[in-house]
Each structure stands twice: as C-alpha cells, then as structure tokens.
Design a protein around this ligand. Structure first.
Ligand code: ADP
Length: 255
C-alpha cells in the first residue's frame, strides 16, 4: 500500500440536538484500506456521524480515533490535518481555479522538503514545486482528469466534480476519506468510473467510509456495511450478510 492505512474507531458515541437523541452509543470500526458503507433510513443518524468524525459537530459521549490518535473534540481544520478528507453531496469546488490548480491546492500545507533537494543543492522550493506538479499529474491520471487539467473546476459536469473533489482529498494526503451519497445524480457510466477509482484508492491503503442509499452500489463496492437505525447500530457485516439480515430487511431494505 502507498498510504499508511489508519483505521477509524468509533466507540459509544452519543449526540443529541435539544431533546432529540440523534446518536445513542454508536460503535464500529472502519478498517484501514477497506470500504465501509454506512446505511440506514432517513433520520437514522448517518450525516450526524459523518459530521462528528470530520469535526463539524462535537460528540456528547464516546470517542473517535483515527489510527492510534483520538480525533473527537478536535475542530474540523485539525481533523483535516490529521488526514481526514471529505466529499459532499453537492461537490465543493473552488471558483476561479482550474482542475490542475484545484488538485494542487489540496496539497498546500503539506510540503515535505525532500532530502534529495538539499543533497543536490537544488533550491528546495523548486524541487518541492516540481514534485507537487508531478504528483498532481499522477493523481489526475489515476482519476481520468488529465484531459481536463486546464478547464475551470466550476465548469465541470457533476460526475467530474465529484471525481475532482476526491482527487483533492487524495492530493491532501487523506488517510481516511468520508463520502456522502457519492453516486447521487450520476449516470451509470460515471458511477462505474467512481467505483473503479474508489477500488484503486482502497487498494492504495486509503480507508473509505461512505454514506450511501443505493444498496446495489454498496453491494458492488463495500467490504463492510454498518446499518444505523434510530441512532444505533442495528447490524453490521459484509454486504451479503446485510442484504439477508432479517432486521435489516424489515427495517430498511424492505421499506
Ligand atoms: P440521516 O443522515 O441518517 O438521514 P441525520 O444524521 O441527518 O440522519 O439525522 C439524525 C437525527 O438528528 C434526525 O432526527 C435529525 O432531525 C437530527 N438532526 C441532525 N442534524 C441536526 C441539527 N443540526 N439540528 C437539529 N437536529 C438535527
């Protein structure tokens, strides 16, 4: 693996909004280098959990760890610095930047000055810039975005924007990527492309957690499925176990 995989460990997490208990003692592990799908009916707490992991909300109880590092209680920018990337249902791409520039901004703040630069007495920043451009090119290549490098990010179609958002998370060095309804609004061919890219990221060691309504997609890509219902874990297992789990069939899939 190219990325040092880090597991996401959630234990006994609780979160209330006023008197409404959105999450009640949720715990599970999203293994490193695996795709974990979070499913469940509307209002079961999936988005709240994603917001807790990424530091947008603070848990009332419980702990969240990435690898051996506690991340619960950290503000969102610090969680991001720990290597947590996120995509949104409505992709957030910066205005006024091209595809290539957007990928590169994902890397800002992580400029490892290579030892070789000093060994060769090259100005460190030249070397760093060249490496950054090269790594940006590799990421665009892997995501099928190379031919769009000079296109303004804001002009992209939805499927390509999603891919770009993913590229930005990868470029930023995310060890864990959280995906919210990644397939919504996409046609079959875009979905196939995303499935292929997510598979590549997983194989590179990235830990992926996705919230997904489309169970056919979950079945196609998830290694592990966690079912939430009314703020608790109703069941977890591989996609086939979940598809035939009696409680899940009645609560969620049958609905
Ligand atoms: P899901 O993503 O599974 O549809 P959510 O996490 O959005 O579920 O919602 C879980 C529960 O928490 C719901 O009852 C919802 O109304 C409530 N909730 C979520 N976010 C907020 C918020 N910011 N303020 C108040 N209630 C919220």
């Amino acid at each position: 693996p190219e990325v040092e995989g880090r597991a996401l460990r959630i234990s006994k997490v609780g979160k209330s909004f006023g008197g409404n208990r959105a999450l009640d003692g949720v715990g599970f592990v999203a293994e490193a280098g695996r795709i974990t799908a979070l499913v469940g009916p509307n209002g079961s707490g999936k988005t709240t959990l994603m917001n807790l992991v990424s530091g947008y909300y603070r848990a009332d109880q419980g702990t969240i760890e990435l690898g051996d590092r506690p991340i619960s209680g950290l503000p969102a920018y610090r969680v991001a610095r720990c290597g947590v990337g996120r995509t949104f249902q409505t992709p957030m791409v910066p205005h006024g930047l091209t595809v290539a520039e957007t990928i590169t901004t994902g890397r800002l703040g992580s400029h490892p000055v290579p030892m070789i630069a000093s060994a060769l007495r090259l100005p460190a920043h030249w070397r760093a810039l060249a490496e950054e451009a090269e790594s940006g090119r590799r990421i665009m290549g892997a995501l099928g975005l190379s031919h769009l490098a000079g296109v303004p990010a804001a002009d992209l179609a939805l499927g390509t924007r999603r891919m770009l958002e993913l590229g930005r998370a990868v470029a930023g060095g995310s060890a864990l990527i959280l995906l919210d309804e990644v397939a919504s609004g996409l046609d079959e061919s875009d979905i196939q492309d995303l499935v292929a890219v997510l598979g590549k990221l997983r194989d590179a060691g990235v830990t992926i957690v996705l919230v997904e309504h489309n169970f056919a997609l979950v079945r196609a890509i998830a290694d592990h499925v966690v079912v939430l219902a009314e703020g608790r874990v109703l069941a977890e297992g591989d996609p086939e176990e979940i598809a035939t789990h009696p409680d899940v069939v009645s609560t969620y899939l049958g609905a």
